[in-house]
Ligand binder design. Structure first.
Ligand code: CA
Length: 430
């Protein structure tokens, strides 16, 4: 299952000319999104250069005739059913897309099924029933710990157990959706009693989202050797966080209302097959670190070679036509202590049933340097080192009108670079 095939061939080009040399969506990528389409509940589309192929229209035009009949559910209104099909069918569909989009004989039939990507209205690509957020970057965990417990930043469980919490699926929104500043209960340091009001410490968290495929029945763990095969695809994820609400409510059960008011995901789902050329080994653990327990030892474990970045543009910057400021850049594959497969096998290790379309957040992706920290809490060190913007404004946390955009690309020697598209959100007043 893990061999490259002709869909990864760096020499393959498309009759959709904008795909050739495209920085994010060349024919080697072919990610899925769900878009508004007439009166339907949504349609699955595949990005190809500056355009997108609407799958229901492509199937109507005869594409996919040679596929196993079950695989044509990729043309349904959300990706859940397709993600429940075997990974061999995921790959067969990708090959059929790659072949048709590279073969000029298909152009007359498929061109009517193309739409400009810029004109698409996106929907959340899955019916997401469950969302879990992890805490898998040790740099992030150490930085946050340093602010709370300077002499004991990393809790003793961190290197033994992947830390996570159950998030809320209903408030996951697609890139471009406005994010309303939450109200909540806080206990400001200078106050004598808690108060209820508008959050003053709104933050973003740069993460990858992992969409699962397949299912394991309740009571049936996913062995470490089978966990990676449960990855259907990945996206960018912004776990918006109200730090003032969080710091008052989080003990002893963890995040609650500080996190569940909005989570933004990027529109395009990069598939596990598209990511094959970008698999790299996990960073070596320090020799003084414990070996993972047996159930967390993933054979030939890997992570994804992805460069991620955060851009910030205030309302004033956008009004003046100023370019957004790049706030952070981080290499995902160097930042995480626990691998995607370890998160999955751990999640199911108690028999928890994971379902196609479930979403796992990796946790804030922070690297070892200040410029690679994936949230403002760390980037401004809890507001003590404000971020200076090019126009003279400064930020400790997000203000109303601020726009946060995440981007990411996957690069590897000998492979065509592919991108995630953007994960965008503007903060609107409470
Ligand atoms: Ca998070």
């Amino acid at each position: 299952m893990s061999a490259l095939d002709r869909s990864h061939d760096p020499g393959r080009t498309s009759w959709v000319s904008s795909a050739n040399g495209h920085p994010e969506f060349p024919i080697q990528n072919l990610p899925y999104a769900r878009v508004k389409h007439g009166n339907t509940p949504g349609a699955i589309a595949v990005a190809i250069g500056d355009e997108a192929l609407l799958l229901p229209a492509a199937i109507e035009a005869g594409w996919g005739n040679d596929l196993p009949p079950g695989a044509l559910c990729v043309g349904m209104s959300a990706l859940n059913v397709f993600a429940g099909r075997p990974p061999t069918e995921w790959r067969a569909v990708r090959l059929a897309l790659s072949d048709a989009l590279s073969d000029p004989d298909w152009e007359p039939r498929l061109r009517p099924a193309l739409r400009s990507r810029a004109a698409l209205e996106h929907l959340v690509p899955f019916q997401i029933y469950d969302y879990t957020d992890f805490y898998a970057s040790m740099f992030h965990a150490t930085n946050v710990g340093l602010m709370l417990r300077p002499d004991n930043p990393l809790l003793p469980n961190y290197k033994w157990v992947p830390i996570g919490y159950h998030g809320r699926a209903s408030s996951i929104v697609i890139s471009g959706s406005p994010v309303r500043r939450p109200r909540g209960q806080t206990y400001p340091p200078a106050a004598s009693v808690p108060t209820f009001g508008v959050s003053r410490s709104l933050d973003y968290e740069l993460e990858l989202g992992i969409f699962l495929g397949g299912r394991n029945p309740l009571g049936t763990p996913v062995p470490a050797s089978e966990a990676a095969a449960r990855i259907f695809g990945v996206c960018l994820l912004n776990d918006w966080s109200a730090r003032d609400i969080q710091s008052w409510e989080y003990q002893p059960l963890g995040p609650f209302l500080a996190k569940n008011f909005a989570t933004t995901i990027s529109a395009w789902v990069l598939t596990a097959d598209a990511l094959l050329p970008f698999r790299v080994p996990m960073p070596a653990r320090a020799v003084s670190d414990p070996e993972p327990l047996e159930y967390l030892r993933v054979p030939n474990d890997w992570t994804i070679a992805a460069d991620l970045e955060v851009e910030l543009a205030t309302a004033k910057m956008r009004d003046h036509g100023d370019a957004a400021m790049t706030v952070s850049r981080v290499q995902f594959d160097q930042a995480m202590y626990w691998s995607p497969a370890q998160l999955i096998t751990h999640h199911a290790s108690n028999g928890c049933n994971l379902y196609m379309g479930d979403l796992l957040g990796t946790g804030t992706v922070s690297g070892p340097t200040p410029a690679s920290r994936g949230c403002l809490l760390e980037r401004t060190w809890r507001g003590t080192e404000p971020l200076m913007l090019p126009n003279g404004e400064s930020r400790k946390f997000l203000e109303d009108g601020d726009e946060v955009v995440f981007r990411g690309t996957c690069r590897a020697p000998g492979a065509v670079t592919i991108g995630f598209g953007e994960c965008r959100g503007v903060v609107v007043p409470a």
